[in-house]
Design a protein around this ligand. Structure first.
Ligand code: SF4
Length: 164
């Protein structure tokens, strides 16, 4: 079985995204490992609005050149950070396009809901669930609203995940 290693540098939204990524990667035949060195795939889920997250990603990139794994950056990544990261990682993938990651990673197409937030998360801890009520940032700041479109989930969908 192929293995993946994930790293999160960001907010609660990145944690929720990580659980949906875990679900898709499981469907694509990956199992999680706690050791980057034995992974076939390294996924960094980050918030590039935070300078500390950007610094930590760039701190890791020299290591990426030395490991066998393919590397992905995703989450909320500003366009100018995407440009700076080009060539330092294998893929910069849009989290909202998670349904289509199989096109890059290989594997068969699964019949996920169109909105990636409707993908059932693979919970890391059965007693803790991060349930998004919107995607994007609600707080109005200079760059955040332009990062990912703020989009609210319906009460029905939020209730569905709460009941699970
Ligand atoms: S842009 Fe907002 S929602 Fe996205 S990771 Fe950063 S703080 Fe979280």
């Amino acid at each position: 079985m192929k293995k993946y290693f994930s790293i999160i540098f960001g907010c609660q939204m990145n944690l929720a995204d990580a659980e949906r990524i875990a679900s898709v990667l499981k469907d694509l035949g990956y199992e999680k490992t706690s050791k980057m060195e034995e992974a076939d795939l390294v996924v960094v889920i980050a918030c590039s609005v935070r300078q500390s997250a950007v610094d930590r990603i760039f701190g890791l990139t020299p290591k990426f050149q030395k490991i066998k794994a393919k590397t992905i950056i995703t989450g909320c990544i500003l366009d100018f950070d995407k440009k700076k990261l080009e060539g330092k990682v294998d893929y910069i993938l849009d989290i909202k396009d998670l349904n289509n990651w199989y096109k890059v990673l290989g594997g068969k197409k699964f019949d996920y809901a169109n909105d990636y937030l409707n993908i059932s998360p693979e919970r890391e801890n059965p007693f803790i669930a991060s349930i998004p009520i919107s995607s994007g940032c609600i707080i109005f700041a200079l760059i955040v609203p332009y990062l990912i479109q703020e989009d609210h989930l319906s009460v029905e969908i939020i209730m569905k995940f709460l009941k699970k």
